[in-house]
Design a protein around this ligand. Structure first.
Ligand code: SF4
Length: 392
């Protein structure tokens, strides 16, 4: 058995003027570590496996077919922090309604936010719309193809730029997301704790990325991470690159990547007021553009604080003078960095109910209950309304 890691050396020699080789010279130990003792050409194996076993997803094309950069971009933005299963119906609905970036740019932001409702991380939707406008107005409706130019667009960071360049335009780009980090950490047995391990993982990923079919290779790595090299119990027996995996050889695959022990998520508290008008309409308010859930609709609420607001502070958040009653049990919603517990109040208000000045009436509107489904309401607010109106 040849254990000389020849494929890696061969690739480095071919790329004598590339960024990869510069890294190889400067950081020779990393090159040696990329896949120590590798007996297989990882990229070749991955591409062969992708051709046979890839997931069939609505934004993907068959190997050899040119991808639509608009669909690649849309799917990548939607997939940030969201699962493939959750994204598919949203992707299909968006591409049916806005089949091109120009059509998306021509839509109202409110329509886009409403169509995005349920996907979470709403700043992505605002950036999506802003990006569509920039591409339409400044690039004549065509996405630029280089990572550097893509990085100039709203909402596009290094990962997304690399993914669009590779998958949408077939350029060689090193695409590193959480799945790829895990696969690379295991292939190369990187034992440094996260997040300090990130640069090491990126260097290892760069060494493995092939000159051609970088887009298919990136998608193959994503698929491997999602279906076989999973966070818990990786299915190494089914893995196309098991022969080149150092973590598997050492029996430490499941322990990688190494993570620092997480601090417990802090808890915040809030009070929300669901005002139901006699005709069945519900009072909604647009949140300020900046900040969490910016620009989305909410039911008027107190600030989200470490402690439950005191009664006199809660009164400051009441949108309408009415007989408010407490809805039993709190609504709990978990964000990435904290857990929110919301005490909900409900009131039936007359048709001519006057809004309190501090409720920012200019941002408020009553929306018929049967129209709530089409509003830009984040999941948290939908939960609160459903909780308040149960049995109403
Ligand atoms: S052999 Fe196992 S740990 Fe290594 S890449 Fe494959 S699935 Fe992951």
């Amino acid at each position: 058995m040849d254990i000389s890691a020849k494929p890696l050396r061969r690739r480095a020699a071919r790329d004598s003027d590339s960024e990869v080789v510069e890294r190889t010279h400067n950081e020779g130990s990393d090159a040696a570590r990329a896949v120590p003792g590798a007996t297989v050409d990882i990229a070749e194996q991955m591409l062969g496996w992708y051709d046979r076993e890839r997931r069939h997803l609505p934004w993907r094309v068959a190997p050899g077919v040119k991808a639509d950069p608009y669909k690649v971009w849309l799917s990548e933005i939607m997939l940030q922090q969201t699962t493939v299963k959750a994204v598919i119906p949203f992707f299909n609905a968006f591409t049916r309604r806005w089949p091109t970036v120009k059509k998306l740019a021509a839509a109202d932001l409110d329509e886009v936010l409403a169509a995005w409702a349920g996907l979470g991380y709403y700043s992505r939707a605002r950036n999506l719309h802003a990006c569509a406008r920039v591409v339409t107005e400044q690039h004549r409706g065509r996405f630029p193809s280089t990572e550097a130019a893509l990085l100039e667009l709203p909402g596009i960071g290094p990962y997304t730029a690399a993914a669009i360049a590779a998958i949408g335009f077939g350029r060689k780009a090193v695409v590193v997301d959480g799945n790829v980090e895990r696969v690379v950490a295991r292939l190369s047995a990187i034992e440094t704790t996260m997040p300090q391990a990130k640069p090491e993982m990126r260097r290892a990923a760069a060494l493995l990325t092939p000159d051609s079919r970088a887009g298919d290779y990136a998608q193959a790595m994503m698929d491997l991470g999602a279906t076989i090299c999973t966070p818990r119990r990786p299915s190494c027996l089914m893995c196309p690159v098991a022969g080149g995996c150092e973590a598997r050889r050492r029996g430490i695959a499941e322990t990688l990547p190494r993570r620092a022990i997480k601090a417990e998520r802090p808890v915040r508290h809030a009070i929300a007021f669901v005002a139901l008008r006699e005709d069945g309409a519900v009072l909604l308010r647009r949140r300020p553009d900046a900040g969490l859930l910016g620009g989305m609709l909410e039911v008027p609420s107190s600030a989200w604080d470490a402690a439950m607001p005191k009664a006199k502070d809660a009164l400051q958040a009441v949108p309408i003078h009415a007989a408010w009653w407490t809805v039993p049990e709190t609504v709990v919603h978990v964000f990435t960095h904290f857990r929110l517990e919301v005490q909900v109040y409900r009131a039936l208000v007359p048709l001519n109910a006057a809004l309190n000045l501090w409720a920012a009436p200019e941002r408020c509107k009553f929306v018929p209950r049967h129209d709530l489904g089409t509003q830009a309401l984040p999941s948290l607010m939908r939960k609160i309304i459903a909780h308040a109106l149960q049995g109403a």
